[in-house]
Every structure is written in C-alpha cells, then in structure tokens.
Design a protein around this ligand. Structure first.
Ligand SMILES: [Zn+2]
Length: 496
C-alpha cells in the first residue's frame, strides 16, 4: 500500500470511530437453540450446530450373548453460541438417560434422527460443557435374520454370528449411540468395551487398560487423534490380537479370527508393511501411531481409523491373490492419509477420500502387478461419461441421483472420477510437482477437515500457477470431460 493512501485510510478510520462513538459493551445474545445439522446437502441434519466436539468417550456394555448392548456417550463440547438447547444425532436406540454437566436434562427424539436436549440452565457462549447420553439397543444376528432386501440392511452396529463390528460409514454411528455424526465434528476418542466370557474386543487406538471382575472384562482404547464417527470400529468376537512393530516404529495390530489367525497373519503383515512404506515414500510419514486390521467372516473393506475392517475369507492363503487383497489393503491404507487424517468438509467432497484412494491403488497396481497407470486411467476415462450422468459432477454429486439402496454418496464419480482428476492434474503439472502438491495437502491438513476449494488453492500455490480453471473443468464437468493432457487421442465412451 502506498504511504499517502495509508494516511488517508487511518484518517478515515478515525472519523468513522468518532461518528460511531465509543464502542458499547455488546449485550450477550440471548440463548437460542443450536442448529439441528451443519446443512450438508446429503444429510442436512447430520452433525449439529452451536458447539464443537472436543473429545468423546464411548462406552459399550454387551449382553453375554451379544444380542443387546447399553452404550454411553460422554462428550466434551464447547459452545459456539449461547444455547437454550442443542442436538445430538441418534436414530433407533432407546434413550435411558441424558445429563448435561452431570445434571439430568430434558430430551426428545425426532423421526429424522435428532436427539434434542434442553439443559436445566442455558449454556453460555464459549463455555466448555459435558453431555452424557446412555442408550439401549438390540443387536439382532444378521446371519440368523438376514434382511429381506439388501437395502433394508442399514449401517450401524452389525452382529453376525459370534462377531460384532461397526459399519457406520457414512451416517450409521447415530444408529449405534448418540454422537455428532458428521466428519467435520471429528474428535479424539476413548472407547471402552465390556464383554463376558472369552470374547475379545478391539477398537480404534491403543489399548490402555484391561480389567476383569465377576467374569466381565473391560478394555479401554484411546485414539488421541481426532476421529470421525464414520471411522469408528468396535469389534467383539473369537479373535486373536497380534502386535508387531511396523515401519517408522508405528504399532501394527491385527485382530483376526482365532482359528484362522496363524494362516492369515504372515501375508497380511507383509502386505501392510510393504503398502505403508510404498505410500509413505510418496506421501510422507504414516499419519498415526497405530495401523492394522480387524477381519471378520462378514467384513467389508472400510478404512475404520487405524483398524481397517476387512473380510477374513479374502485374506486366507487360498484367496488372497484371487481376491486382489493387496490392492484392497493399499486402497484402505491410502485412506489413512486421505479421509482419516484429512477429513472431508462436506460429503460432496468425498472424491478427496475415494479419488485419492483409487489413484494410489492404481499406482500400487503399476508397481506390484504391472498394470500401467496410463492404462488404468484410460479405461476410467473411456467409461466416465456414464458416471457423470449418473450422479452428477465429481465434486458436486447430486443427492437426489442416488437410489434408496445406494450407499450415497459413494458413487463412481467420487472413486474413478476423482482418481481421473488426479491423473489429469499429474499430466498437467508433472509427477514432481504433483507429489509436492500431495505432500503439502496431507501435511498442512493433518488431522484436520478440508474441502475441494482448499485442494484447488493448495495445488495452485504449490504449482505456482492458477490451477483453478483446470481443476474445476474436471471436478465440475457435467455431461462431458475435458481432453486428457498429453493424451489428445483418448476418447470418452458413450453415455450408458
Ligand atoms: Zn475407499
């Protein structure tokens, strides 16, 4: 700013202050209800307004046959407004008690998954306060009582045979216990699990303590890094937990079915080590202190933080290669950087999770299976038009485009469309600059929440050029795609 201009600006400011008079003491805003959600287009009432979640302690007490449980959520919150009442997210479990600052509070539930809590006294803006909610829920055995239609299988706590597992991604945590169920509300989490008899339990983070009394065992796990409710894992079953020292000194922990543990462990451990080192060479240190897997016979493939949920049948020596288990593991481990450490601001930013996970899965396929990166990208490019018409642009998927049985917003646009955008960026700026962008992204947003606009800004700053128009042409394209840099001969296939 030029010197003369600054003099003028100061004079103008002084005049404005004189006109305005001395600043009055602002009257505190009267207490008002916190918003029922953060307004995410996919689930407007997911998450909550009026406070931040600073810590959560989640306690589970299972019946001996695992057919039901009592769960208590103790959340440490900080008010961002004066609150006459506020919400948590809860859908299904029966409320047993609600307390704010240790005192019973009035509450009601709504059909769209809100637990509306009215404390005995309003909460002042800026203050820390605690809420404790105890719920009871049944856990029917999915194997004995499978849902009639696949879309009736809702995310949440699954009991299958002897195993309990969480599949909360994206909004199933509210079906398990009271939480603020949006990735932008992630917080450090302690998980306490009480079981009977010989069942072993496991959860995100390190095991802090095990106590046994009267045939009941309580294990306490702690993850000091923030963790999104979609990435929680609580496992109970006939499992054996094996600890190993991993690359960079991190803890590797494998919770496997006891009768298969010895067979599964060698290849699983080798793959985890190789994949963590492979990803670390490109992205920098592993973002946490604990990595590993909880594998069950009915497991899926979900990046539950520090404890990937896997299917044990796909990890046996006979099936490991046939099922491409190493690529699944590389994909889920990539999420530890993309999705777990750097969490999406909105569910429409899901391409930042899944696009990256697929892109690094492609790189893994090139290094370990001889599948050229160009060939993976070209195949995705050819079929991309049908994805665009299906769910809308890569970074702006349309919630209305997903059917009731779809696990929205997990569409091909976020996965292959996101990976294709990253490939195009790499083509545009070269691999060296691309790697610097990726490293800056995961380092600067470590354990934070970030969205598409921030990725574009980081890419532009690191590359030293405005990549906004280029990246937006990929991320917000609808109906057709830009030409692939360096591959003008590539063609987009017809819409399906
Ligand atoms: Zn994924």
């Amino acid at each position: 700013m030029h010197h003369k201009a600054r003099t003028f600006a100061v004079t103008a400011l002084a005049a404005a202050l004189l006109l305005a008079g001395p600043p009055a003491l602002a009257a505190p805003a009267p207490p008002s209800p916190g918003a029922p959600g953060i307004g995410d287009p996919f689930w407007p009432t997911a998450g909550n307004g009026g406070y931040r979640v600073e810590r959560q302690r989640l306690s589970f007490d299972f019946a001996p046959d695992l057919s039901s449980y009592t769960a208590t959520s103790r959340l440490s919150l900080r008010a961002t407004q004066s609150l006459s009442r506020f919400d948590l997210d809860l859908l299904g479990p029966q409320v047993r008690s609600v307390a704010v600052e240790g005192k019973p509070a009035a509450w009601r539930t709504t059909p769209d998954g809100e637990l509306v809590i009215t404390p005995a006294r309003p909460v002042r803006d800026g203050t820390r306060f605690t809420v404790a909610v105890t719920v009871f829920n049944t856990a029917p055995d999915l194997l004995a009582n499978p849902p009639e239609k696949p879309e009736d299988l809702v995310n949440g706590l699954w009991r299958a045979g002897d195993y309990v597992q969480l599949h909360t991604q994206p909004t199933g945590a509210r079906r398990v216990l009271a939480v603020s169920d949006h990735p932008s509300a992630k917080a450090p989490t302690t998980t306490e699990i009480t079981t009977s008899g010989a069942a072993t339990s496991v959860a995100n983070g390190r095991l802090l303590a095990t106590t046994t009394a009267g045939g009941r065992t309580t294990r306490v796990f702690d993850e000091p890094r923030p963790i999104a409710t979609e990435l929680l894992q609580v496992g109970v079953g006939p499992i054996t937990v094996t600890h190993r020292r991993g690359p960079g000194g991190i803890d590797l922990r494998y919770a496997l079915p006891t009768d298969e543990s010895a067979a599964i462990l060698p290849r699983l451990d080798e793959t985890y080590r190789t994949a963590i080192e492979f990803l670390g060479q490109r992205l920098g240190p592993f973002p946490g202190r604990v990595a590993g897997a909880y594998a069950t016979p009915t497991g899926g493939a979900t990046e539950t933080q520090g404890l990937t949920w896997l299917n044990s049948d796909q990890l046996t020596p006979e099936n490991f290669d046939r099922n491409g288990a190493d690529s699944v593991i590389a994909h889920e481990l990539a999420h530890e950087w993309f999705g777990n450490s750097v969490s999406p601001a909105l569910w429409g930013d899901l391409w930042l999770n899944e696009g990256h996970a697929v892109f690094y899965e492609w790189l893994w396929g090139e290094a370990h299976h001889g599948n050229a990166l160009d060939a993976s990208a070209r195949s995705a490019y050819r079929s991309h038009r049908s994805w665009l018409t299906e769910n809308g642009p890569v970074a702006a998927p349309d919630p209305a485009s997903f059917g009731p049985g779809d696990n929205r917003p997990f569409g091909s646009g976020a996965y292959q469309g996101g990976a294709l955008t990253l490939y195009a960026l790499r083509q545009q700026v070269g691999d060296g600059t691309f790697q610097r962008i990726e490293r800056a992204w995961v380092a600067e947003n470590h354990d934070k929440v970030a969205g598409t606009g921030q990725f574009i800004a980081t890419a532009s700053r690191v590359a030293g050029q405005d990549l906004g128009p280029f990246l937006r042409s990929w991320l917000y394209a609808s109906g057709t795609l830009p030409p692939m840099p360096g591959h003008p001969e590539w063609e987009v296939g017809p819409a399906s």
